[in-house]
Design a protein around this ligand. Structure first.
Ligand code: EPZ
Length: 432
């Protein structure tokens, strides 16, 4: 296993390009199952989660060729099953449920257990698919579903679940008749999936709103031209937060500022200068970080996937910031690790009060989940001296070439075996 080593306290400057969005690429790859044939997808990020998804599709019988333009051939499905050893690595594997039920009328998917940030049930996924005519049994840790044919239905979601909306949309596009999903998620990644489905011949109205109306069709076919995955707004926000935490002047290109309204407003509240064009965002921070307040919400509110990165920002600020997490019940695990770097954070239930001390100390810290690991990397960039971040497999799931991109911004950062103790070799890894 590897760890990250960082020599922090260096202001970041320069330009970095956003990659394609993980949380759009995963459902879109699953959606290729709905239209038998060869699919081409452009701007697919190079991530562990994308590799897991392609290997799952391979297990189902659909070969693929990874790359910035990825090819997937879904002509034939051999097995309608997502086994435990795949699902335990990536919860999003549950997104195979809707497409398999729509295409094959049957699916067996290992139940995604809880994860570090919360219990994360899938009751809304099952409720929606049942309304469309599926029957489910839970057996041996698997959800086993079947249908005699999907029929349109009116579905009201108890909460605007992202992957729940995606699973139900992917089934409804091939259902007989019209479906309505009320209180649907409005995240840009859900919009990107719907736009992709439309290129396959699906009929969806209200894309981007909380009310989706889907008129089922009898078949879908692969698009003639490659579909381009939208830029990753969370990756974009993470590089901007790196400049805010370490100070500096950074521009992210190939991105979409209109999807980051709440995030950019909070950067400004924290004392950062932010400038945008239709496809770029520039952030400069050269004065002190001011305290701020944020509350995570479903889109277009402040994204929970940026909460951890902003907790690090609050730590290097001067004064008390308040962070309220409303989406996941256990998403402050990074607070204890930041505490090891000298942060002063009080958490009570879903509220964290961060008493910024203006600086962090270098230390060895451990990642617990994808975004918590990003927060610890930002803390290492801000803290003068050597920081080590362990369990970086979490990072590889969702950040494409993080070390390479941060180096182009001037960061002293590298990967070494987590057993590495030799200072000379660690120094070498920071630049090599
Ligand atoms: C998606 O997860 C993202 N993952 C998450 O990103 C993101 O944090 C989350 O949406 C919220 O924006 C992908 O898109 C692959 P939800 P998802 O269903 O769909 C509860 C990252 O870092 N709920 O919108 O699993 C649930 O427990 C990841 O990239 C139910 O109770 O999130 C949570 O409290 C982490 N029953 C809330 O709703 C259900 O059936 C929102 O969850 C479904 C959800």
């Amino acid at each position: 296993m590897e760890k990250l080593v960082l020599d922090g306290g260096v202001p970041l400057t320069g330009t970095v390009a956003a990659s394609g969005a993980k949380n759009a690429a995963l459902p879109i790859l699953m959606a290729t199952l709905l239209a038998p044939g060869e699919h081409r997808l452009a701007n697919v990020p190079d991530l562990a989660d994308v590799s897991h998804t392609l290997s799952l599709l391979g297990r189902i019988g659909c070969p693929s060729l990874a790359g910035s333009t990825t090819r997937v051939d879904t002509t034939r499905i051999a097995f309608s099953e997502a086994p435990y050893d795949v699902v335990r690595k990536m919860r999003a594997s549950v997104l195979v449920l809707g497409p398999l039920l729509a295409r094959e009328g049957a699916a067996k998917v290992s139940l995604p257990g809880g994860c570090a940030i919360g219990v994360r049930p899938i009751d809304q996924h099952l409720k929606g698919l049942e309304a469309l005519g599926c029957r489910f049994v839970l057996e041996g840790g698997y959800v086993i579903g079947e249908t005699d044919g999907l029929r349109g239905a009116e579905i009201h979601l108890d909460m605007p679940t992202v992957t729940g909306t995606e699973n139900i949309v992917m089934a409804a596009v091939l259902a007989e008749g019209t479906s309505v999903i009320d209180n649907a998620a409005r995240e840009p990644e859900v919009v990107d999936l719907c736009n992709f489905l439309v290129t396959l011949g699906a009929k969806i109205e209200g894309i981007g709103t909380s009310r989706l109306v889907i008129e089922g069709v009898s078949r879908l076919t692969p698009a003639a031209r490659p579909y381009r995955i939208l830029p990753d707004r969370i990756e974009t926000g993470t590089y901007l937060a790196a400049a805010a935490c370490a100070s500096g002047d950074v521009t992210v290109t190939d991105t979409d500022p209109s999807e980051l309204g709440a995030v950019l407003d909070t950067f400004r509240e924290a004392g950062c200068f932010v400038e945008t064009t239709p496809t770029t965002i520039r952030l400069r921070r050269d004065g002190p970080v001011r305290p701020f307040k944020l509350r995570t919400e479903p889109y277009p509110g402040f994204p929970t996937d940026m909460q951890a990165q902003f907790m690090t920002l609050a730590c290097v600020g001067v004064g008390t910031s308040e962070i309220i997490e409303t989406i996941f019940e256990n998403r402050f695990l990074h607070a204890a690790e930041l505490g090891r770097m000298g942060a002063r954070i009080e958490t009570h239930g879903n509220t964290a009060k961060v008493h910024g001390t203006g600086r962090l100390q270098p230390a060895s810290v451990m990642a617990s989940d994808l975004r918590a690991s990003a927060a610890l990397v930002l803390a290492g960039l801000a803290a003068e001296g050597l920081t080590e971040v362990l369990r970086i497999y979490h990072l590889d799931r969702g950040y494409d070439d993080l070390v390479g991109k941060l180096r182009t911004l001037g960061a002293r950062i590298g990967r070494v075996s987590d057993a590495e103790r030799d200072p000379a070799r660690i120094q070498q890894a920071l630049v090599a």
